[in-house]
Design a protein around this ligand. Structure first.
Ligand SMILES: [Zn+2]
Length: 129
């Protein structure tokens, strides 16, 4: 006889958030709504804490604080790997779209916060010609 185990609870909902993803939030320190990076999630997959890539503040994230309002950024110039970027500069990447430089990792590498998450790009590359 087949005994049925308790129904497997299938979570239809995909995890909505992933650590490292971008979320819009008002930063108290920067006094502006800007892209933050998810630092930790609750057991239920809700955002617990976020960090501001600009000032480094680790803050709690309240649902409803970010209403998904789209903030208008300066479009920024197209991403140019031969250019030297500084933190805070904006760019438009041909694949990832609009991004903002959050940190210089190495002399030739930068972290850029795009619409979905941070990506590491190269910069200050010598022009090939
Ligand atoms: Zn900030």
């Amino acid at each position: 006889m087949e005994k049925r185990t308790s129904a497997v609870e299938e979570n239809v909902e995909k995890p909505a958030f992933i650590v490292g993803e971008r979320v819009e939030k008002f930063c108290i320190k920067c006094k502006e709504e800007r892209g933050h990076v998810i630092a930790s999630l609750t057991k239920r997959g809700k955002i617990s804490r976020v960090t501001c890539p600009k000032c480094g503040t680790l803050g709690t994230f309240k649902t409803g604080a970010a209403s998904g309002t789209k903030r208008k950024l300066d479009p920024g110039a197209p991403y140019d790997r031969t250019r030297s970027y500084r933190a805070g500069q904006t760019m438009v990447h041909p694949t990832f779209g609009q991004g903002e430089v959050t940190a210089l990792i190495e002399p030739l590498k930068i972290d850029v916060l795009f619409a979905d998450r941070i990506r590491r790009l190269i910069h200050a590359q010598p022009a090939s010609h």
